[in-house]
Design a protein around this ligand. Structure first.
Ligand code: PMP
Length: 290
């Protein structure tokens, strides 16, 4: 039997249903998080929960649970679902109220839902690298909020899927922003370059882990806007996300990235990322072996 969290309680997943007038269902009026689980333990849980609180507060939803309560609930869910390697999806919406764009004036209880999924590490892709396409970034100007409104991201990802590609790299005119569900990095002359964390991208938790391991291993980083020309001219390109970790990119819009296989800086960062996972969650039995 599978379990889910609905409004602070762990119940059978098939019983976890939301009302047709839930504002998340009607408007995407809510925020979400995806947390990685390795060996039955959450990776970077605090960082994800901090971002969850920040995203909710930025749209005026006050979480009716403390971070400690949420952590405990999520840990219980992992145990109940016997999850070893996978993800937790968690979302909160403004709650159930007669349909009206403006926020409800009466007090409404936000709706919280969480459930788990078994997801293996994408070891094969992590070894060989993945193909991507380019697409104009048509999203709104608050991409720093992890909003349930993902239509721009979905359209971008679908374009990639149709082309048989793993990810769509979005750009605003000449400036590269981020993937449809990932942050994008280039490497040039040993320097790791990625878009600064502002309103145009999501401040990825994996991105932050990468920046930290770069700092402690003397790998130079520039957090700044980079252009499509710099992307085309990069020595290495990779993406990062909770589920994809440090994923090498070997093709952009049909053109090979440098030599067409994962480069040395990307591979070093994969190794350092695995070490961070092992520090928090214990030994991995499916490491990326080149
Ligand atoms: N940008 C977007 C648009 C995303 O959806 C994601 C995935 N959550 C990321 C970046 C990467 O963030 P994280 O490393 O926290 O998964």
């Amino acid at each position: 039997m599978r379990f889910a969290i609905l409004n602070g309680e762990i119940i059978e997943r098939s019983e976890a249903k939301v009302d047709v007038e839930d504002r998340g269902y009607q408007f995407g009026d809510g925020v979400y998080e995806v947390i990685r689980v390795y060996n039955g333990k959450m990776f970077t849980a605090t960082e994800h929960l901090n971002r969850f609180v920040k995203s909710s507060e930025s749209i005026g939803i006050t979480l009716p649970y403390t971070q400690e309560q949420l952590t405990k609930l999520l840990e219980e869910l992992i145990v109940k679902n016997n999850l070893q390697v996978g993800t937790i999806y968690m979302q909160i919406t403004r709650g159930i109220s007669p349909r009206n764009h403006a926020f409800p004036t009466e007090k409404v209880m936000p709706s919280l839902v969480a459930y788990t999924k078994e997801v293996a590490r994408p070891v094969e892709n992590l070894k060989t690298g993945v193909k991507t396409i380019l697409t104009e970034d048509i999203r709104w100007l608050r991409c720093d909020i992890k909003s349930l409104n993902l239509l721009g991201n979905l359209l971008a990802k679908q374009k990639a899927a149709v082309e048989g590609c793993f990810e769509a790299i979005q750009h605003r005119s000449e400036d590269v922003t981020e993937g449809s569900s990932s942050n994008i990095f280039i490497v040039k002359n040993g320097i790791v370059i990625t878009h600064q964390s502002d309103n145009l991208i999501l401040k990825g938790i994996s991105k932050d882990v990468i920046l930290q391991v770069c700092a402690s291993n003397n790998i130079e980083v520039e957090e700044r806007i980079f252009t499509l020309d710099e992307l085309a001219d990069a020595d290495e390109v990779f993406l990062s996300s909770t589920t994809a970790e440090v994923m090498p990119i070997i093709e952009v819009d049909g053109k090979s990235v440098a030599a067409g296989f994962p480069g040395p800086v990307t591979r070093r960062l994969q190794e350092l990322f695995e070490q961070e996972i092992e520090k928090q969650c214990g030994s991995l039995n499916d490491k990326i072996l080149y």
